[in-house]
Design a protein around this ligand. Sequence first.
Ligand code: UD1
Length: 381
Amino acid sequence: MKIISVVGARPNFMKIAPFIKAIEAHNQINSPKIEHILVHTGQHYDDRMSQAFFEELSIPEADINLGVGSGTHAEQVGLTMISFEKILQIKKPDWVVVVGDVNATLACSVTAKKELCKVCHIEAGLRSGDMTMPEEINRLVTDRLADLLLTPDRLSNKNLKKEGVTDERMKFVGNIMIDTLEANRSKAEKLSVSQIITDNLIEIGSNTSVPQKDFAILTLHRPSNVDNEVVLSNLVDLFCDEISKELPLIWTIHPRTVKQLKNFGLWSKLLNTNNITLLQPLGYHEMLKLNIEARIMLTDSGGLQEECTVLGTPCLTLRWNTERPITLRENGGASILVGNNIERIRNEFFDTLKQNRKPERPELWDGKTAERCLKAILENS
Ligand code: UD1
């Protein structure tokens, strides 16, 4: 059997790493072996957004890199489809495996179906209901087309059922990202917070004095938070004038956000605020260590919401909706939706500081999801 699996952007790498390990483990004891080809679309190309994760998570170098790079959604999706079609015609895989909800997920699932390849979607069935999110469109199209839908939780199966997906096409396998978290937790624990800060300062001049514990971490990259000048500038005021006065704030900044902060003239205020530390995008282990030690996380990332749930880090999710309701406090998780309403963020921030860590492990978030994914593919071949 021949499988092509696809990655494109940072949140894909921690999902594909355990799947590749599961194939390697299978091939050690079974014959005939599975032939595996890893395709990187090249959407994320900076070392810190891509190569660093391959090294840290021991992902073998991609067999093929499509080099699509930055661009509009149509450019990224279009260029990926044009190149991926050629790969499929030459390699003729039995299965194309896509993960998550980025542009690569959509582009490669559509192309694969048109080339009559079977498609498996890992992390199927998540729905935010928000059609202004590019990721929601990517999820909907991919799940409509995929032959095998592997879901991280039972709520996702319910979503798929509502859309008319039959039981034979879907399987609840658990959250594959947690395989990576569990495999890397002890390595992350050994790192030092001060070393992480020294190694990743974004610019000389940014604050370096952060305690080992008792700090807040912030990540922000969604267009709804960073592409609008008023929204971003109100958030920056809140971080500089209030949040960082209460707790040292470490902000690991996505390239899209750096660009916008500079465009909107907000950069120097941040650099000159004493209790804020600005860091480059971190490696996997470094981010995990900060998450383990932080008093509170503020983020608009879906993956971090999930990691906070398992680690118990209280999390303010700077979005109005989530495709991952299992991570919300009302469902046993660690996160609460605060959107980008300043008063709401402020109130929930001070409220949340009174809470303790409460690690929670949703069903089948047990570190063994990748094995179940591969088993499901083999059973459906
Ligand atoms: C993408 C994903 C999003 C995911 C996020 C995590 C889609 C639709 N979105 O959004 O789901 O949560 O990745 O990071 O696929 N850039 C660099 N270096 C890089 C990559 C990007 O400088 O290595 C810059 C680009 O110039 C671009 C901006 O960052 O302007 C945004 O990158 P892009 O790939 O368009 O989307 P993300 O916002 O990263």
